[in-house]
Design a protein around this ligand. Structure first.
Ligand SMILES: NC(=O)c1ccc[n+]([C@@H]2O[C@H](COP(=O)([O-])OP(=O)(O)OC[C@H]3O[C@@H](n4cnc5c(N)ncnc54)[C@H](OP(=O)(O)O)[C@@H]3O)[C@@H](O)[C@H]2O)c1
Length: 232
């Protein structure tokens, strides 16, 4: 039975990944800051392990990696992320050139960039134990330098552009696993906001399909939920 580890599993895309991988008969390690979230507790428990994990708490990340050290992990979805205390479009109120909240920017980088790096490095050996370990770093179209036609959102954009660079680095340093940066599309979650284009279940369904057909050639690629390249 294949195993997936998902961060930020209690809501939004992370919860949807948890639900859909369970439906696909995978073993799911659902990592969350809120292990008692009702949305997780109602799920069938046979193949679900809920683990408390704040990706900014490096000691706890190491502790969980130690507990799971013998377990092969086939897919790691580095999903936990934030645009700060507000979703789109309200987050623009603290992330422009004229209204930047530097403390929120630091938190965004701590979660989206340093947290993603910490989780990837802590669980890399689990991915290597799988026959074909796949690391999915959850990026965004907003992290594309080439597609930045509107400005603003400096904090979120830079966190995801940094994550993209990190993913390329992993593909060079870790040829024994496949590392991709995934843009899920603009989805209706707390982060994406109510006006977003895509239902989380549709994006995640396509992402799981895409992840299922990733080969070594994809390592270091920035792709969308259909597996198509996103301009850097
Ligand atoms: N929705 C979109 O349109 C969209 C577009 C592009 C990229 N993305 C990316 O997709 C990923 C999921 O986003 P989403 O839309 O599902 O957002 P969401 O609904 O706001 O969910 C974010 C998840 O991340 C968790 N999280 C935040 N900080 C954390 C931390 N320090 N440690 C562990 N978990 C933490 C949250 O947990 P708590 O409940 O504890 O806060 C929550 O489970 C993010 O990386 C986001 O940047 C989303």
């Amino acid at each position: 039975m294949p195993t997936v580890l998902i961060t930020g599993a209690n809501r939004g895309l992370g919860l949807e990944f948890t639900r859909q991988y369970l439906d696909c008969d995978w073993q799911v390690i659902a990592c969350t800051r809120k292990p008692n979230a009702d949305e997780l507790l109602v799920l069938p428990t046979a193949r679900l392990r809920i683990c408390e994990l704040d990706v900014t708490n490096h000691a706890i990340v190491d502790q969980l990696a130690g507990e799971l050290q013998d377990m092969p992990i086939d897919v790691l979805i580095n999903n936990a992320g934030t645009s700060g205390p507000k979703g789109a479009p309200e987050c623009m109120a603290y992330s422009g050139f004229n209204n930047m909240d530097f403390e929120i920017w630091r938190q965004i980088l701590e979660i989206n960039l340093l947290g993603t790096f910490k989780v990837a490095t802590a669980f890399r050996s689990n991915l290597v134990k799988s026959e074909r370990g796949i690391l999915v770093n959850m990026s965004s179209d907003l992290g594309s330098v080439a597609q930045n036609s509107l400005g603003n959102l400096y904090s979120y954009r830079t966190s995801k552009a940094g994550l993209n660079m990190m993913t390329m680095g992993f593909s060079k340093d870790w040829p024994d696993i496949v590392s991709v940066a995934m843009a899920p599309g603009w989805c209706r979650t707390e982060l994406g906001g109510e006006g977003a284009e895509i239902a989380p279940e549709d994006s995640v369904c396509e992402q799981i399909r895409t992840i299922g057909r990733l080969t070594a050639e994809y390592s270091g690629c920035f792709i969308d939920h259909y597996g198509e390249p996103v301009p850097w």
